[in-house]
Design a protein around this ligand. Structure first.
Ligand SMILES: Cc1ncc(C[n+]2csc(CCOP(=O)(O)OP(=O)(O)O)c2C)c(N)n1
Ligand code: SF4
Length: 311
């Protein structure tokens, strides 16, 4: 069967091609929002006509990071909070790979928060999907960086005393050049957003609201969403950083007041990726490391010169 993408062009790649031949024993709970991310990602890559061998999926540790087990492509199931450094290096070594990094809100906005801000700052060409269920799922329900103030859990019996991390504003202030939020309850929008994020040249940050019915029954992820881009009330210029900040401020407050707003918030097509910036400065050769590695005639002296010059 042929898949059609948002612009109507055809792709011969089917969603099922990303399903491993030997399916692992499912360890995601019934009703977990992570299934929706998996489906949307497979759908987006199929829509784009990407073969599984063109993809590298790098994850951290957490329920969400188990996505690698359910996905057939090159993969790297790394350590807690560390998918981005691995994804960055892979992208620099082999820019032909479509690099997707994935993990939970604890993984990305907590322990890996520093990698998140600096990957966005450097505008590495990749898509980063954060499964935001506002809780630590794998370790059984502790409050996470996005749990709202007052959220009670086994570790926060009297309720979280801190304000939550504001992921969209954080991504924008750090320098991500594509930012969107979508939700497991909205599969069509989720797939469209992942198509755009993957196509975007630069660091794409997708905050994906997922539900954890096992440990976070109160999450607002079940509340009906409003698509900011489709709503007449939210007519703004997606390329204007100031307007994006205002929209995010409104959205991130609204989330904690009970309204889930999702959609695209920011897109900067002009900004150079890290690779482009380095190449423009003559600090990175045109031929990627992976090609040099497999090229028996490669003059390694050239790389050493380059290293010396920039040491
Ligand atoms: C360095 C390190 N610290 C802590 C842990 C324990 N740990 C594993 S997963 C996790 C949090 C998972 O929550 P999140 O990243 O939000 O993902 P989810 O399980 O909700 O998808 C923690 C604290 C670990 N594995 N490694
Ligand atoms: S514990 Fe929560 S996040 Fe983990 S698989 Fe179950 S429902 Fe999903």
């Amino acid at each position: 069967m042929t898949a059609f993408n948002a612009t109507g062009s055809e792709s011969d790649v089917e969603r099922d091609e990303y399903t491993p031949e030997i399916e692992p024993q499912a360890t995601w709970c019934p009703g977990c929002g992570d299934f929706a991310v998996l489906k949307a990602l497979k759908g987006a890559l199929a829509e784009l006509g990407k073969d599984p061998e063109e993809i590298l999926l790098v994850s951290g540790i957490g329920c969400s990071s188990k996505i690698n087990s359910y996905f057939d492509s090159y993969g790297f199931h790394s350590i807690h909070g560390r998918p981005l450094p691995i994804a960055r290096s892979a992208n620099l070594a082999n820019p032909d790979l479509e690099v997707v990094a994935a993990g939970g809100d604890g993984d990305g906005y907590g322990i890996g928060g520093n990698h998140f801000t600096h990957s966005a700052r450097e505008n590495h060409d990749m898509t980063y999907i954060v499964f935001n269920n506002e809780v630590f799922g794998l370790t059984k329900g502790q409050s996470s960086p996005t749990s709202p103030k007052g959220h009670t859990s086994k570790t926060q019996k009297k309720g979280v005393a801190k304000d939550p991390v504001r992921p969209l504003s954080l991504g924008l202030s750090a320098g991500a050049s594509y930012i969107a939020r979508t939700a497991a309850v909205n599969p069509r929008q989720a797939q469209d957003i992942l198509v755009e994020a993957i196509q975007h040249d630069g660091f794409s940050h997708v905050d994906f609201l997922t539900q954890c019915p096992t440990w976070n029954k109160d999450a607002r992820q079940y509340v009906p969403y409003v698509d900011v881009q489709d709503s007449e009330d939210y007519d703004f210029d997606i390329t204007d950083r100031g307007e994006a900040f205002e929209m995010m401020y409104e959205t991130e407050n609204a989330l904690y007041e009970g309204t889930v707003l999702t959609g695209r918030y920011y897109r900067d097509e002009e900004r150079r990726t890290y690779r482009e910036e380095k190449q423009m400065r003559g600090e990175m050769p045109d031929d990627p490391l992976v090609e040099r590695y497999f090229d028996e005639d490669y003059e390694w002296e050239r790389s050493y010169d380059l290293l010396d010059r920039h040491a």
